[in-house]
Design a protein around this ligand. Structure first.
Ligand code: ZN
Length: 609
């Protein structure tokens, strides 16, 4: 559910410690640089904390009570925060090259990396960047496709058609219609890239993409190579799934709709961005074993409501030995779309400074998908609760991908065995049902992998200038073909701007975190299952109720971002490198089956090309 899932809103604020920063600067060359950096950081800490909380509170009200006024208040608070971060990050440059304690050096580095689009140190350009950011995001938020004069579709309505229609003409029409939202953004996005790059250079980075890749406790080049290495690990699994799904789509829609080049048309897999293929499970289903179960129906039969959905997820965390969610969570969260006003339903989690103030905002649906999403969001909140004792700069995931992976790791333990244990289904399906379970899971988790990688493969090159504005759209489709083997069914040109039709591009949210999170959650899961003493197939393991596994996970969560991520990973798993063999282990029985199907359908086909 990446499409609807924003990153955890870390309530970091901006600061205005110009005077204090100036003092620190002038003294920075003295015999005790650590002390001065410490003073600077204390001031930065206090200012960011204050402005961050203000900005988060304003953002919360804006999202849960959308009016012209709340939007203005939130934009102002965000702008104050961004301005303060920019000033502080620039101020931090005075410590470049000085001997500092490891702790201060880490905090100063994290300070420079706070913003994904750092503003230039020039008020006019800063304002321009800020207004470009909000207009791009606003264009996406207001985006609609109107097939006729009196019928307009927002992204949720358009997505529902993509998910449920089996009429290729209707699918293509809605796909094309929504993608028109991008075209008007092109010139502003081009300018946005220029200004953001200028801000990044002033902070000492070559461009914004280099700044993003500096977030991972290794050199930017080494990080890019790590992403390539992980993609190479999982690509054969993806291609097996792609080949299988494509053959089923060909059987359904015929060769007139499927291109001869072996790719899949982007509008046929049940999702606007072809990033999650779960919605077409009925078209590609494994042979029915009679061992399936319907979690959505079970939830409805038991009269689950929004609150009880959240309670199920909380219950999982407390079974691991964690505290119950604080009373403020239940008082302040939003679980249900109010009848009397507009709210942003996009699921998210928030954490304020006070450890007891964690929340989620989500218009919970009573179905299997949201059962998983609730676990995802509570993963963010429990991470926040567990690192609350860290100083401000370390109240974050070890890296962004860890924050995204925690709740999904727990959701991987929501196995049929677990659902039986908590009384949601009546019996545990036999192993005969495993294939259906794994194929269903793969349509969400494996299908996503190349999409998780491709957005930033495009943006890194855009920020570096390797992809010029005159080739934005062509490069986008070249990369989507290369990674996803997905293509557009209608000609695309440079008068289109298809990246703009995906939220995270106009919203400027880095995306590689999701690619990594989808790999890491299986690595976390495998390690926790090992800790729990589980020895069967990974897809049958649930750590529910296992305090030893809970304690291992807590060790990593409590560290926040205080140490480089390999140490945090080692605290949980004993491993210090990201490793995709866990996701390969998990889906190994499915991979074998897919390859058999593919060979039978196309004799002579090399399935792991
Ligand atoms: Zn998330």
């Amino acid at each position: 559910m990446i499409g609807r899932m924003p990153a955890y809103r870390l309530l970091i604020a901006a600061f205005v410690v110009l005077t204090a920063a100036g003092v620190a600067c002038r003294n920075a060359g003295s015999a005790q640089p650590d002390l001065n950096a410490g003073t600077f950081l204390t001031n930065a800490n206090d200012t960011l904390l204050r402005l961050g909380i203000e900005s988060s509170q304003a953002g919360w009200v804006q999202n849960t009570y959308i009016t012209v006024d709340t939007q203005k208040i939130a934009a102002d608070a965000q702008s104050d925060f961004a301005a303060a971060v920019a000033e502080l990050a620039l101020g931090a440059r005075r410590f470049d090259g000085l001997r500092l304690s490891e702790d201060d050096a880490r905090k100063l580095k994290l300070l420079k990396l706070q913003l994904s689009a750092p503003a230039p140190n020039n008020p006019a350009e800063r304002d321009e960047l800020s207004s470009l950011s909000s207009s791009l995001k606003g264009d996406y938020g207001k985006g609609k496709y109107c097939p006729s004069a009196n019928r307009c579709l927002d992204i949720d309505q358009a997505s529902n058609i993509l998910a449920s229609s089996r009429d290729p003409r209707e699918l293509l029409d809605v796909w094309q219609g929504w993608h028109r939202v991008g075209a008007p953004m092109r010139d502003r996005y081009t300018r946005f890239v220029e200004l953001s790059n200028k801000g990044a250079r002033e902070l000492g980075f070559d461009d914004t993409g280099v700044l993003w890749r500096s977030n991972y406790d290794m050199s930017p080049d080494k990080f890019a190579a790590e992403v390539d290495r992980l993609w190479a690990q999982v690509q054969p699994l993806y291609l097996s799934l792609h080949t299988y799904v494509r053959s089923k789509l060909a059987a359904k829609y015929g060769s007139a709709v499927l291109p001869a080049d072996g790719t899949i048309p982007a509008h046929l897999v049940g999702n606007m961005w072809a990033q999650d293929w779960s919605n077409i499970y009925p078209l590609v289903a494994a042979p029915a074993s009679g061992e399936n179960y319907d979690l959505t129906a079970s939830l409805k039969r038991r009269n689950a409501d929004e609150r009880s959905m959240v309670k199920y997820a909380e219950n999982f965390f407390t079974s691991l030995g964690y505290q119950a969610l604080p009373p403020a969570f239940w008082e302040r969260s939003l679980f249900k779309k109010p009848a009397d006003r507009d709210v942003v339903c996009h699921a998210s989690a928030s954490g304020w400074d006070a450890p007891e103030d964690v929340r989620i905002k989500m218009c919970v649906q009573i179905n299997a998908e949201d059962f998983r999403v609730v676990h995802h969001e509570l993963g963010h909140d429990y991470y926040g609760l567990l690192y609350a004792k860290q100083p401000y700069f370390y109240r974050d995931g070890a890296i962004d991908a860890f924050h995204e992976a925690v709740g999904d790791t727990i959701a991987l333990s929501a196995t049929p065995g677990y659902l039986k244990q908590i009384g949601l289904i009546d019996r545990v399906p036999s192993e005969k049902g495993d294939l259906e379970y794994l194929l269903n899971t793969a349509l969400a988790k494996v299908a996503f992998l190349p999409f998780g990688a491709v957005i930033d493969q495009w943006r890194w090159k855009v920020f570096s200038g390797e992809i010029p504005p005159t080739a934005y759209n062509k490069a986008w489709w070249d990369l989507r073909n290369k990674y996803q083997r997905v293509t557009a069914s209608v000609p695309r040109t440079e008068s289109d701007f298809d990246p703009g039709a995906k939220y995270h591009v106009p919203a400027n949210t880095p995306y590689t975190r999701y690619f990594l999170a989808y790999i890491l959650q299986f690595q976390f899961h495998r390690a926790l299952c090992r800790e729990a003493g589980f020895t069967g197939p990974l897809h049958r393991c649930s750590i529910y109720g296992n305090k030893a596994a809970g304690a291992k996970l807590a060790k990593m969560l409590e560290m926040g971002s205080s140490r480089p991520w390999p140490e945090a990973l080692a605290a949980l798993s004993g491993e210090s490198a990201m490793d995709a063999t866990a996701i390969l282990d998990y889906f190994a029985p499915l991979k074998t089956w897919l390859d058999e199907q593919n060979r039978a359908a196309q004799p002579g086909l090399s399935v792991a090309q």
